[in-house]
Design a protein around this ligand. Structure first.
Ligand code: NAG
Ligand code: NAG
Length: 285
């Protein structure tokens, strides 16, 4: 919920994107082919019934996207959603021969309590079961591995990459999203630090290990923003991308991660790895 990255519903998705404030263009659809782009024609995204980029996501199986639950809670029918992979420019899915999927089922975390919730919801995670609609150059679907949970690393600091088609600046509601996929690097902060900051805004006792918190690390204006919701933060280990976070929440406005050093919140992917595997097992996946 980018500020709720979804921002209060309507805005949330629209608004939440992740490059992303202060980022750079990724350059092509071959760099992060496992990055999923959601498009929707629901009225909070589209004025005229045409499909527009709404959220991000990560392909974790050939037919499974993991994303933020707030990305779909205001979708009333699965036909209001499309997912693409192998895409860089959201206007050029045809030219780029992106793979298009339809969503056949959504598995939302049982404890997610809706959009616009205060404080930020720790269970902002959903799985989309997909079916290919078209794959013009017969590409293999690329996937990203979900990090394994290690309680000893929950307070690790250090760099994390994040990508998305979200707004590049937070001009409140009218922030335009990026046509092209952008990336930036944020710095993880400890849960204690994150708690200290978030206590100023909410009554919660602590920001728990189900979250991953990051800010710009004082290196300059950087953040996820509206439209980045559901997209990934990740590390690269042995040349392989590892999914660490799912873009979920920006407190107040996107630049706050820099100007006021208010961390953005990701759902910690590793914390939900068992949940993901259980749900997929039930689907025979
Ligand atoms: C969205 O697109 C679907 C087809 O995927 C169509 O059935 C539906 O009527 C459209 N919704 C709106 C609001 O135009
Ligand atoms: C957003 O895009 C529209 C249409 O291209 C443009 O008129 C408007 O000025 C842009 N807004 C910002 C804040 O850049």
């Amino acid at each position: 919920m980018l500020n709720s990255l979804l921002l209060a519903s309507t805005l949330i998705l629209k608004a939440i994107s992740t490059p992303i404030v202060g980022g750079t263009e990724v350059g092509s659809n071959h760099v992060y082919p496992w990055m999923g782009m959601q498009q929707s024609n629901a009225s909070w995204v589209s004025n005229d019934g045409s499909f527009h980029q709404s959220c991000g996501g990560s392909m974790i199986r050939e037919n499974v996207l993991v994303t933020a639950a707030h990305c779909h809670v205001i979708i009333t029918n699965l036909n209001q959603l499309k997912v693409f992979s192998h895409v860089y420019d959201s206007d050029k899915v045809v030219e780029e021969q992106a793979i298009e999927f339809k969503v056949v089922k959504i598995i939302k975390h049982e404890k997610f309590d809706g959009v616009g919730s205060n404080p930020p919801n720790a269970f902002d995670i959903s799985l989309y079961i997909l079916e290919q609609v078209s794959n013009p150059s017969n590409r293999k679907v690329e996937t990203i591995e979900v990090a394994s949970f290690d309680p000893n690393t929950i307070n690790d600091q250090g760099p994390i990459k994040t990508i998305g088609w979200g707004a590049m600046t937070d001009i409140s509601v009218n922030a335009n999203q990026s046509k092209t996929l952008r990336e930036t690097e944020l710095q993880l902060v400890t849960l204690d630090y994150c708690t200290e900051i978030y206590k100023q805004y909410y009554t919660f006792d602590k920001v728990g290990p189900e979250f991953l918190c990051a800010n710009d690390g004082n290196v300059g204006l950087r953040s996820i923003c509206y439209g980045d919701s559901g997209g990934p933060s990740f590390t690269i280990e042995n040349n392989k991308p590892i999914l660490q976070g799912i873009s979920s929440w920006v407190e107040g406005y996107c630049e706050a991660a820099s100007i006021k050093s208010v961390p953005v919140l990701y759902v910690r992917a590793s914390y939900f790895k068992n949940w993901i595997e259980e749900k997929l097992a039930l689907e025979g996946l």
